[in-house]
Design a protein around this ligand. Structure first.
Ligand code: UDX
Length: 418
């Protein structure tokens, strides 16, 4: 950004002037799940997109291409288009609404931007629409090969974004459902994932079992898809996709239950170290993070929780906990006494009965687990929610290891690999 700033990247708060001067305007505002009213809990709130459209129409004195970058329900472009045309200032001003969904992921945003798998641009298949599409294609063509720039009609582009995220989340839920089966049959989920993923038709990626998926997109976009299916009377389709979320909830719950049951059915008053709070590594984002649900469940059991994460701030942890789980300092007395945040992982684990690996941070692999073990209560439990560590080595140190999709070596002798 430093390299480009002042050259071809400018920041401004003068909204009206920038709208006036622009040929192409990207609407990149958030579209959170509605918390109240019709569709609460599943429909996306496109209020911010609508406000942008109204403002553009109010200010623009020349024709514009308006691009939806935000993830929106299919047919939002129709609403944007109607708002723009109904409010245009001058009769000679025209608007072309395009859809250009964002596929970048957190932690890899820059490489996703520079080397995207594909860029998708949807627009009306009229001569004016096709001309607008070509304008936006020519912007991306500066660094993305033409064959990777897909152009479609508006509705396909809007819907593709929701479908892409739903498919990715579905793969995680699919492998997580198998992880539960592995634990009771003696199969090993890593081996299953490898065996299945080597089939080219299935592919290797997004088959990493975990304590559950998190982040600001997967759940929100699936709920949005579910709501769309319901709106169009397609209940079986809605039920199908809702199951991806139900499986994710089951996986998170299963993990908390495993912690409590392994630790002699009580964690009351026991210190438990939570390593990792971000929803994935290399980000400080905690939205919908699975770690939060485990902390909430352990809190209900009156455990003493010590959280360490290399990037997450205490403020973010509490604000997301309050927003998503409704647990905060006002309604939960002694919250600070029960949940402590630590700057040092060894401090978080000192005197603990259990260590839980909740995010796949690389640094967790480099810790001195012998030192951690020596300073813990015995038996020393380790719950690996990301299959990050070498369980054989941990068992040799003395840990009692429980890991997603890994059979218990005592119950299933001869099943354990690393
Ligand atoms: C996602 C999409 O990947 C991206 O294309 C879209 O634009 C935004 O949503 P993001 O939420 O940043 O990106 O993270 P992603 O890497 O997709 O991971 C989402 C969640 O799934 C994380 O909690 C991650 O830990 C989990 N996950 C991912 C697994 O549990 N197993 C996997 O194999 C992959």
């Amino acid at each position: 950004m430093k390299e480009c700033r002042g050259r071809n990247l400018f920041f401004s708060t003068d909204l009206d002037k920038e709208i006036e001067e622009a040929d192409v305007i990207f609407i990149s505002v958030n579209t959170p799940t509605k918390t109240k009213g019709i569709g609460a809990g599943s429909a996306a709130n496109i209020k911010n997109c609508e406000l942008c459209a109204r403002h553009i129409a109010k200010v623009a004195t020349s024709s514009k291409i308006v691009v939806e970058k935000s993830t929106v329900p299919v047919r939002t472009a129709e609403a944007i288009n109607r708002i723009l045309t109904a409010n245009e200032k001058q009769p000679n001003v025209t608007f072309q609404v395009l859809s250009n969904p964002e596929f970048l992921a957190e932690g890899t945003a820059m490489s996703d931007l520079m080397k995207p798998d594909r860029v998708l641009i949807g627009g009306s298949q009229t001569p004016e629409g096709l001309k607008a599409i070509e304008t936006v294609v020519s912007v991306y063509a500066n660094w993305v090969p033409r064959e990777q720039i897909l152009t479609t009609n508006l509705w396909s582009s809007e819907l593709s974004k929701l479908v892409a995220n739903a498919f990715l989340a579905q793969r995680v839920s699919s492998i997580n459902s198998i992880s539960a089966l592995c634990e009771v049959t003696g199969a090993d989920v890593t081996e299953i994932s490898r065996a299945v993923g080597m089939d080219d038709r299935i592919g290797k990626r997004f088959l990493q079992p975990s304590v559950g998926f998190g982040g600001s997109c997967f759940q929100k976009d699936i709920l949005n898809l579910v709501y769309l299916c319901e709106t169009y009377g397609l209940q079986p389709c809605a039920d199908y996709w809702r199951q991806v979320i139900a499986m994710n909830d089951f996986q998170k719950k299963r993990f908390s239950e495993e912690i409590v049951s392994a630790m002699f059915n009580t964690v009351t008053g026991k210190k438990i170290a939570i390593l990792g709070y971000a929803f994935k590594k290399d980000t400080g984002d905690v939205r919908e993070t699975p770690s939060m649900f485990i902390v909430r469940d352990l809190l209900e059991e009156n455990a003493k929780i010590h959280v360490y994460d290399p990037q997450v701030t205490r403020e973010d942890m509490w604000s997301e906990m309050s927003y998503t789980c409704g647990v905060n300092h006002d309604n939960t007395p002694k919250l600070d006494e029960y949940v402590t945040t630590c700057d040092d992982p060894y401090e978080a684990c000192k005197g603990a009965h259990a260590v839980c690996i909740m995010t796949e941070w690389d640094e967790f692999k480099t810790y001195d687990y012998k030192k951690i073990y020596d300073n813990m209560q015995k038996p020393a439990f380790l719950f690996d929610g990301r299959l990050l560590l070498n369980h054989k080595e941990l068992r040799e140190i003395g840990f009692e290891v429980h890991a997603i999709g890994k059979p218990d070596p005592i119950k299933f002798p001869g099943s354990a690999i690393a």
